[in-house]
Write a protein that binds this ligand. Structure first.
Ligand code: BGC
Length: 506
């Protein structure tokens, strides 16, 4: 899903290599367009909850939810006021579409090149924003979200920092547009996604084909010329040779889907499934999607709810930065384990705070100080996620995947992530209505399981080049029984980006 823009994969060692040449306009633009893919993904995550909490939007598209909300405004069961399958479908439909599209996107990219698959993503985004911004009925809203999902499948780069920036921008925009008199602010919120969509569309048109993709399509001379242009120097022989070797190695990968099912790739297969599954079972998207709705459930007014979402969005962004800067020093396991403990404590506290006030009946008025304390605890939870499972949920499955099974492993990770994002988006509001405050204890229990999983099954991967990973599994107390001596699980990979420039494994 993502590749380092300024860091080329080295075919010989899978390590970061410095090649001559600087930051040319091409590299800058490629980075911008790729980063915008992550940004728009985040924007779509953050925007739906905010518009859902706006009365003019609710009364127009989901009148029954609006009535229920109005009735429970002074007393009444708060847990169930947003419980509507249609309403959750507005949020969740995007992720089913993204899941299906990401399966096709890989073949389109292989046949037509990255440039055209980004362009296809950009155009679909634009169509989705237009439908959403101009919606007059629920069908237009949901179709628009589906098109946005297709765009995500084509253009998303899982760049965790850009995702969090996109979420924060969406939170800020919702805060601003909710104040627009006339009640059409939600149109602006949904329509403004057209700005990054236009950057992707126009940017991809200006981007030439990448040297990689030209090589892949049997045009070596053009690839070399392009590499010289991209790097801004004629001295590209080493990098070109590495690209050719990487291309050959990648062509030698013939049966990634068959191979990943072999016993010796069991650790990688388990990580490709378990890590995105657990990432979503942290419950993070309950906050990212539904923060404004959740805060309204707690009795906040519209503006305070949207403001609180801005606060959690800001904490999310800043804490992801903490991860970017510490992950290669502290190591993956330390961040996972600390983040897990922090999320656990915060979820138990949120459950207790909500349970103590709302009990089973869901009827309560919450004093301002009490509600503020709940927001603070939620921020503690978001910070714990954002420096652990948020970025590492993408980084770790990528960095343990050797080349021969990489295409399959990466697709599985993306598919499980999208599927689980859909499931959580769809299930949260009905579950809140039925399980009430206990829902937060449910997520806390999931965090206990995933933290134990990391403690027992994930070896430290900090600073381990991909070709040395086989040795790491072979000495692991559990995985060694699957990875037989003599197996060659060497491989090389393009590394996932934490920021814009690849945080490639050294
Ligand atoms: C997750 C998203 C989540 C985001 C929050 C990402 O790593 O994949 O589902 O919304 O983090 O920042």
């Amino acid at each position: 899903m993502a590749g380092g823009a300024a860091v080329a994969p080295s075919a010989s060692a899978g390590k970061r290599q410095d090649y001559p040449g600087g930051l040319t306009l091409f590299v800058f633009m490629a980075c911008m367009v790729a980063a915008t893919g992550g940004l728009i993904f985040g924007y779509d995550i953050g925007i739906s909850g905010g518009v859902t909490s706006m009365d003019p939007f609710l009364s127009r598209f989901f009148p029954s939810v609006y009535r229920k909300q109005a009735e429970s405004a002074d007393g009444g069961n708060q847990y169930c006021k947003f419980d509507s399958e249609l309403l959750t479908l507005f949020t969740s439909s995007l992720y089913v579409a993204a899941l299906v599209a990401s399966l096709f996107a890989a073949s389109v990219t292989r046949a037509a090149g990255r440039k055209w698959s980004m362009f296809a993503g950009g155009v679909t985004f634009l169509a989705g924003c237009a439908l959403n911004g101009a919606a007059v009925n629920v069908a237009m809203l949901i179709l628009g979200r589906v098109l946005l999902g297709v765009g995500v499948g084509f253009a998303n780069q899982s760049v965790p920092l850009m995702i969090t920036l996109g979420i924060l921008i969406a939170n800020l925009i919702n805060y601003g547009t909710a104040k627009i008199a006339g009640g059409w602010g939600w149109r602006l919120s949904l329509g403004l996604a057209a700005v990054p969509a236009a950057i992707i569309t126009v940017g991809s048109l200006f981007l030439p084909d990448t040297p990689n993709s030209l090589l892949e399509r049997g045009r070596p001379e053009e690839a070399k010329r392009m590499l010289q242009r991209v790097r801004g120097t004629d001295d590209v022989a080493d990098e070109y040779d590495d690209l050719v070797a990487a291309g050959e190695a990648s062509r030698a990968v013939t049966h990634p889907w068959r191979d990943i099912r072999q016993r010796r790739y069991r650790p990688q297969l388990v990580m490709a499934v378990a890590i995105p599954l657990f990432q979503q079972l942290t419950g993070i998207n309950v906050i990212m999607f539904y923060a404004p709705v959740l805060f309204k459930t707690l009795g906040f007014g519209g503006t305070a709810s949207l403001m609180s979402a801005v606060i959690t969005g800001l904490v999310n962004l800043v804490s992801t930065l903490v991860s970017v800067f510490t992950v290669d020093r502290a190591g993956r396991r330390a961040l996972f384990l600390e983040g897990g403990a922090q999320m656990l404590a915060a979820q138990v506290a949120v459950g207790a705070l909500i349970g103590a006030k709302f009990g089973w009946s869901g009827v309560a008025t919450v004093p301002a100080g009490y509600a503020a304390a709940t927001v603070v605890v939620m921020c503690v939870y978001v910070a714990g996620f954002a420096w652990s499972w948020g970025p590492l949920g993408w980084l770790v499955p990528s960095e343990v995947m050797p080349l021969e099974v990489r295409p399959a492993g990466q697709s599985i990770t993306v598919a499980v992530n999208m599927l689980m994002t859909f499931a959580v988006a769809q299930a949260f509001l009905p579950m809140l209505c039925r399980l009430k405050f206990v829902l937060f204890f449910f997520f806390a229990a999931c965090v206990v399981v995933m933290t134990l999983f990391i403690a027992l099954f994930l070896p430290e991967t900090k600073g381990v080049p991909i070709e040395d990973m086989a040795g790491v599994w072979k000495t692991h107390w559990y995985w060694k029984r699957f990875v037989n001596d003599g197996d060659d699980t060497d491989g090389h990979g393009v590394d996932i980006e934490m920021g814009c420039v690849g945080e490639a494994k050294k």
